[in-house]
Design a protein around this ligand. Structure first.
Ligand SMILES: Cc1cc2nc3c(=O)[nH]c(=O)nc-3n(C[C@H](O)[C@H](O)[C@H](O)COP(=O)(O)O)c2cc1C
Length: 430
C-alpha cells in the first residue's frame, strides 16, 4: 500500500516494525473474538489489516452465556463494552493448524500468538508448538482481569511484578521469536509491571488489556450485567471509554527515561485519529478489538486512508518519522506555563441563543458569561474569563465559540519555577 506523498513526492510507506514484528501497516486485530479463527484472520488481512494477535491460547476453557454488556451512547453506539469471556475455548491443535495456514498464505502479515499457561513446562511446550506454525511473535496475556486471575494467571501475574519478571524470563529462555508482554491496567502505576517485563528481557509491551468493571444492574432481575442466569460478576471494560486512560499509560511509559521497550498501543481505537494519538505518544503498532467487534473488519479502510492522508498533508513518508513526536509536548503539571492566557469569544452571527454556555459557566464554572438586557446572545466578560474551555465544549454549534490567545506581556513561568523562586504559594514546601 505505497502511495505518493504530495508534499515531498516520496512514496508513503505504512509498514512498521514493532519489537521486531513487521507488518505492512500498523493496524492489528487485538487478541479477542475477531482474531479467533483462520477464517476471520484471513478475511481481515484481505480487507487491509496488517496483523493479528490470535485469541489467547492455553488450556481451553468453558465460557458463560451471556458474556458481553455495553454502556450505550447516543442510541446504538457503544461508550464501553464489558466482557466476562475467557481465553480460547477451541482445542490447541485446531488453533495451531489454523495459525500455520494463515502464516503460509500471508507471509508478510504479522501473526502474533497470545499465550496464557501456568507452569514452566507448559510454557516450554506451548512455545515450541506455536513456533512450529511459523508465527511472528508472542504476546503474553498477563492482563485478563476475570476468570483466569482466579486460577493464578492473567492479571494475577500482571499485578505481581516479581512473578511477571520470572515468567517473562522463562519465556525468553524458550522463545526464539519476539515476545511482547500485554500489561494489565488494573494497577496503581503501569511502570512497575512494565519495568518487570523489561527486566525479564522481553522485546516489547502491549497496553492495555481490559479494566476490571461492573457496568450495571438489571433493575428488574437485580442481576449484574452481563447476566448469567440472574447472576453476574466483574468483567473487563474496553472500547472508546478506556482510550484516554490507555493513552495516559502509553504516555507514562513513553516519558519514563528508564523504560526502553517498543509499545503496541491498545484501547478504544475506532478511527485513524484514535490510532494517530497512540502513535504520536510512542506506540509503534495499534491493536483494535471492540471497534472490530462492533463495526466489522471494514473499519480498517478509513484507518488506512485517514492516516495516509494525514501523513501526506504533514509531509511524512514513513510511520517511524512521527512515532512519539508528541511526547516532548507532554509535561508534568508543574512545568506548564502559568502565564499563558486564552479567553472565550462568542460569534453572535452563528449563536443559536440556546444559552447552554451561559448555564454551564454560571452554574458549573466561573461566572464569566452574562446575558445582556435586550438580547438572548450571551456575552463573555473578558476580564473574568479564566479560559477553561467549558463554554466551547457545551456549545452545540461548531466554531461559534473560539478560545483566543491574549498576550499577558509576562514571560513563560511554571509552578516549579515559582517554587524555585519562592513565589509558588500553596504546597511549595512539600
Ligand atoms: C470479548 C473480548 C475478549 C477478549 N479476549 C482477550 C483475550 O483472549 N486475550 C487478550 O489478551 N485480550 C483479550 N481481550 C482484550 C482486548 O484484546 C483489548 O486489550 C481490549 O479489549 C482493549 O481494546 P479495545 O478497546 O480495542 O477493545 C478481549 C476483549 C474483549 C472485548
Amino acid at each position: 500500500m505505497i502511495q505518493r506523498n504530495g508534499r515531498t513526492g516520496e512514496p508513503i510507506d505504512l509498514s512498521i516494525d514493532c519489537a521486531g514484528i513487521r507488518s505492512p501497516n500498523p493496524f492489528w486485530l487485538a487478541s479477542g473474538p475477531p482474531a479467533n479463527s483462520s477464517g476471520q484472520v484471513m478475511r481481515a488481512f484481505d480487507m487491509g489489516w496488517g496483523g493479528a494477535v490470535w485469541k489467547t491460547l492455553g488450556d481451553p476453557i468453558t465460557n458463560t452465556a451471556s458474556r458481553y454488556g455495553a454502556i450505550p451512547y447516543q442510541g446504538r453506539n457503544v461508550a464501553g463494552l464489558n466482557n466476562i469471556e475467557l481465553i480460547t475455548d477451541r482445542p490447541l491443535e485446531v488453533n495451531l493448524k489454523e495459525i500455520a495456514e494463515v502464516k503460509k498464505k500471508y507471509p508478510n502479515h504479522a501473526v502474533v500468538v497470545s499465550l496464557m499457561v501456568e507452569t514452566k513446562d507448559e510454557w516450554r511446550d506451548i512455545i515450541k508448538r506455536c513456533e512450529d506454525t511459523g508465527c511472528d511473535g508472542f504476546e503474553l496475556n498477563f492482563g485478563c482481569p476475570h476468570g483466569m486471575c482466579e486460577r493464578g494467571m492473567g492479571s494475577a501475574v500482571g499485578q505481581e511484578p516479581k512473578v511477571l519478571e520470572e515468567i517473562a524470563g522463562w519465556v525468553m529462555e524458550f522463545a526464539s521469536i519476539p515476545v511482547l508482554v500485554k500489561l494489565t491496567p488494573n494497577i496503581t502505576d503501569v511502570l512497575y509491571p512494565a519495568m518487570a517485563a523489561q527486566r525479564g528481557g522481553v522485546d516489547g509491551v502491549s497496553l492495555v488489556n481490559t479494566f476490571k468493571s461492573v457496568i450495571g444492574i438489571d433493575h428488574d432481575t437485580l442481576s449484574p450485567i452481563p447476566s448469567v442466569g440472574g447472576e453476574g460478576t466483574s468483567g473487563g471494560y474496553c472500547g472508546p471509554a478506556i482510550k484516554p486512560i490507555a493513552l495516559h499509560m502509553v504516555t507514562r511509559l513513553g516519558k519514563a527515561p528508564e523504560f526502553h521497550l517498543p509499545i503496541s498501543g491498545v484501547g478504544g481505537v475506532q478511527s485513524w485519529e484514535d490510532a494517530l494519538d497512540f502513535l504520536l505518544l510512542g506506540a509503534s503498532s495499534i491493536q483494535v478489538c471492540t471497534a472490530a467487534m462492533h463495526y466489522g473488519f471494514k473499519i480498517v479502510d478509513d484507518m488506512i486512508l485517514g492516516l495516509e492522508e494525514w501523513m501526506r498533508e504533514k509531509g511524512y513518508s514513513r510511520i517511524d518519522e512521527f512515532v512519539g513526536k508528541a511526547l516532548p509536548n507532554y509535561k508534568e503539571w508543574g512545568d506548564l506555563n502559568l502565564n499563558f492566557k486564552i479567553v472565550a469569544e462568542i460569534d453572535p452571527g452563528t449563536c443559536i441563543e440556546c444559552q447552554l454556555c451561559y448555564a454551564a459557566c454560571e452554574d458549573g464554572a466561573h461566572q464569566c458569561i452574562e446575558l445582556p438586557k435586550g438580547t438572548r446572545v450571551p456575552r463573555v466578560i473578558e476580564e473574568e474569563c479564566v479560559g477553561c474551555n467549558l463554554c466551547q465544549i457545551v456549545c452545540p454549534v461548531e466554531g461559534c465559540i473560539t478560545m483566543v490567545e491574549r498576550d499577558t506581556g509576562l514571560p513563560r513561568e511554571s509552578w516549579n519555577e515559582r517554587v524555585a523562586k519562592g513565589t509558588a504559594g500553596a504546597g511549595s514546601l512539600h
